[in-house]
Design a binder for this molecule. Structure first.
Ligand SMILES: [Zn+2]
Length: 162
């Protein structure tokens, strides 16, 4: 909840200082959160947010597609073969669903989103690779600062007692 509030505070101040981004403000059609979209999508109202909904929707559609595929004869035969393999390999029921790569995909989507917003703010193309480097650096500095703070707190505690 608190991070959600902070998100809106940041978004509001961003839109105040970067008024050209106001036309990129869209609402997720699934969870209703506000987010920024690329100007080329600014007129669409059927968008999902990059915080999980877009990905979930994409996944649902691909599941629907593979369900449809497996109802075809060819698919049925293939599935039979896979099931056979699984039994021999001793794989459990968990293997019946698609591999869980959700966390990684979500992260990739987020980097793309932040890169897109940075491009709009900075008025130049910020690639996902550049944004990833910047995020990694920022996170590293953040955790270093936190460690330094913790060291300071620990030193103070040792000096003055708990
Ligand atoms: Zn959403």
């Amino acid at each position: 909840m608190r991070s959600g509030l902070r998100y809106y505070v940041v978004l509001r101040s961003l839109l105040r200082s970067q008024s050209h981004l106001r036309r990129c403000l869209r609402r997720c059609r699934h969870c209703r959160i506000f987010f920024l979209t690329h100007p080329r999508n600014a007129r669409r109202s059927d968008l999902g947010c990059p915080f999980g909904c877009r990905e979930a929707h994409r996944k649902r559609r691909s599941t629907e597609r593979s369900v449809a595929y497996y109802t075809t004869l060819e698919g049925k035969a293939k599935k039979k073969m896979q099931n056979g393999k699984r039994v021999r390999g001793g794989g459990g029921r968990a293997a019946a669903t698609q591999p869980e790569t959700g966390a990684l995909e979500f992260q990739a989507g987020m980097v793309g989103y932040v890169a897109m917003v940075a491009s709009l703010i900075e008025g130049r193309r910020v690639s996902q690779a550049e944004m990833l480097r910047r995020l990694v650096r920022a996170l590293r500095q953040h955790s270093m600062a936190r460690r330094r703070r913790m060291d300071y707190v620990m030193a103070q505690l040792q000096k003055h007692g708990p």
